[in-house]
Design a protein around this ligand. Structure first.
Ligand code: ATP
Ligand code: MG
Length: 592
């Protein structure tokens, strides 16, 4: 069956698709050449025509784990490449030597694959590290110096800040702005050779200190940092600034549409200025990449900033980056969220240019929808209370058959042993029923799902009046699947597992990590908004078939929700289950 929701959703058009459609119609990128790997114009122009109709990229900085916001960007970039006969590159934007780590690179690779996307295929492997372009970036800087478009500034950081001006006031030219090409060339060479301390000089683009756009007031493009880089080691002691490096990375990789979040909108003029200068100088192939901004994903009940997520991990509010409550992709995977659910969610929320806050329940709905179709049904009693079928012979047992999936009869049925002692949910019995209660109370009849109709006859209590067992009699002719099944009509329908056959296991009931829609809103500490009940571990009684669940097997526990066998702690024979999401959105009611 391939009626997965993400396949059946028609892809909605959006402003980015409109731009791509227009570019393709105009043949804008048709003449580009591609030598098979990233490189400057001379290399690319020696190659054949680029077989990719468009190129997009997902460019994470490897300084943390990917979160739900990144999933939006991944689905968008890889999705566009897939739909338009293009390619999407996975590029590590690792130009900052100080914060990046291999651990993050590996986790990011794994998460993008897990989401179902690939940067390999058709003879290409488009996995790149921006740090491999350092030599080309330095050549670009040298070209800017040689053509009079960059200079070495030797002011202090404070002086540079002070002379930058404000939104309403023009900046002041640096006293070093008029240095000669020879002097700039010499100084930049010595910066590279390690002659100067960190911060002694910076290389700046020479644009316009009076520009109304502050980003064009001679932005810094190279700085001195005597730091060891995870990829290039100690080869470099000058590193490019992000705003200089990023456009060059895009151009070297033949990216056609460089999609980023809205906060980079004001950088676009510099992006274009820089690439124009470098194309004029023959370093980069035309047409140049186009930067397109969209609004980032903001979700209620979570925080989506690496800085805050790091704090949650460091302060041990969660068990780690992959804690099932974390809005990271590794956390989501452990929680039981599916890649298909993320793709469906991304499709539904679409892309736009206006900032918005998306309801967390939309993400949960997408997960439920996917799991409803894919997850097999099982029975688990989360708050067990013993039910004794007093007219069922001791030592006897028989099979009841339960369908694995109500919408997919082809998945067959599994046997559930029925016996004299069963576990039911404590809430399925009331000694003195409230109005409208249809489950078990003395004198009432209800159905044991896939089994028999029973009549409640009473209960047993301990010395403190605490109910220890419910008593009932079964009606043998009412077994599900037999002609007498419908002979007695009842309103209540309960799930159960046989005491002698049940598998006792830990079940972790996860809930939202934060108890308010906007954690840290109004300048409060977001950590004060943590939900103290975001994880409750219980011991449940599961039907025997669940005992063999393998890590990451997903099920619907009937009447409860969707659960997954934990990736880290679950063993076949000794499963641990995580609640992924309840059957219905109960948050609103429970927290009124
Ligand atoms: P954070 O703000 O959480 O630190 P970041 O922007 O620094 O994230 P990067 O690794 O630089 O993280 O981002 C990689 C890509 O993911 C960028 O193209 C960025 O625009 C995109 N991205 C990051 N956060 C979101 C979000 N909330 N919604 C959509 N895209 C996002
Ligand atoms: Mg960033």
């Amino acid at each position: 069956m391939s009626n997965a929701p993400s396949d059946s959703v028609a892809t909605a058009t959006n402003f980015i698709r409109n731009i791509i459609d227009a570019d393709l119609a105009a043949g804008k990128h048709g003449a580009r050449r591609w030598c098979g790997q990233p490189g400057p114009a001379d290399r690319q122009l020696a190659g054949p025509p680029d077989p990719a109709r468009i190129r997009t990229r997902f460019p994470p900085e490897p300084n943390g784990y990917l979160h739900f916001g990144h999933a939006k960007s991944i689905c968008l970039n890889f999705g566009l490449a897939r739909d338009y006969g293009g390619r999407c590159h996975l590029r590590f934007d690792d130009t900052n030597p100080e914060k990046e780590e291999r651990e993050y690179v590996d986790a990011i690779v794994e998460s993008v694959k897990w989401l179902g996307f690939s940067w390999e295929g058709d003879g290409e492997n488009n996995l790149y590290f921006a740090s491999n372009y350092f030599a080309w970036m330095a050549q670009c800087a040298e070209y800017l110096i040689a053509s009079g478009h960059a200079y070495v500034d030797s002011q202090s950081a404070e002086a540079m800040r002070a002379s930058r001006g404000t939104l309403t006031e023009a900046g002041q030219d640096s006293p070093f702005r008029s240095r000669s090409v020879e002097e700039n060339t010499d100084l930049f060479k010595r910066m590279r050779q390690g002659e100067f301390a960190d911060g002694a000089h910076v290389l700046r683009a020479k644009i316009d200190m009076a520009s109304p756009n502050i980003n064009l007031r001679d932005p810094a493009i190279y700085r001195i940092r005597h730091a060891t880089h995870h990829n290039t080691g100690d080869t470099w002691c000058v590193y490019p600034m992000y705003t200089f490096a990023h456009p060059i990375e895009d151009a070297l990789e033949n990216i056609t549409h460089s999609i980023c979040t809205l906060e980079f909108e004001a950088q676009r003029p510099f992006y274009d200025w820089l690439l124009e200068r470098l194309a004029e100088g023959g370093l980069l192939q035309r047409p140049l990449p186009q930067q397109i901004e969209f609004s980032r994903l903001n979700l209620t009940y979570v925080v989506l900033s690496k800085r805050k997520l790091i704090q949650l991990v460091d302060d041990k509010h969660v068990g780690g980056w992959d804690d099932p409550r974390m809005p990271t992709l590794v956390g989501a995977r452990r929680r039981g969220y599916t890649a298909e659910g993320f793709r469906l969610f991304a499709e539904r929320i679409g892309v736009s240019k206006s900032d918005s806050l998306i309801e967390y329940s939309l993400l949960e709905d997408a997960m439920r929808e996917v799991l409803n179709l894919s997850a097999e049904r099982r029975v688990a009693v989360l708050d067990p209370l013993k039910l004794i079928v007093t007219n069922y012979p001791e030592g006897q047992e028989e099979e009841c058959l339960a369908p694995n999936h109500p919408l997919k009869p082809e998945l067959g049925k599994r046997p559930m042993p029925f016996a004299r002692e069963l576990w039911i949910e404590r809430e399925d019995f009331m000694e003195a029923p409230s109005k409208g209660y249809h489950r078990l109370f003395p004198g009432n009849m209800a159905r044991l799902r896939y089994g028999f109709v029973i009549k409640c006859t009473g209960c047993e209590k301990d010395r403190n009046g605490h109910i220890t067992a419910v008593l009932c009699e079964y009606l043998p002719e009412t077994k599900s699947g037999t002609p007498g099944a419908d002979s007695v009509k009842v309103k209540g329908n309960l799930h159960w597992v046989s005491v002698a056959h049940a598998c006792r296991a830990e079940v972790r009931l996860y809930d939202r990590l934060f108890k308010v829609p906007a954690p840290g809103g109004g300048d409060t500490d977001f950590r004060d908004d943590l939900n103290p009940e975001s994880m409750v571990a219980i011991h449940a009684q599961l039907e025997p078939a669940l005992g063999d669940a393998r890590p990451e097997d997903r099920f619907q526990f009937e009447r409860h929700g969707y659960f997954v066998a934990d990736r880290a702690d679950s063993q076949p024979g000794a499963p641990v289950f995580n609640r992924t999401v309840t059957l219905k959105d109960s948050w609103g009611q429970a927290h009124k």
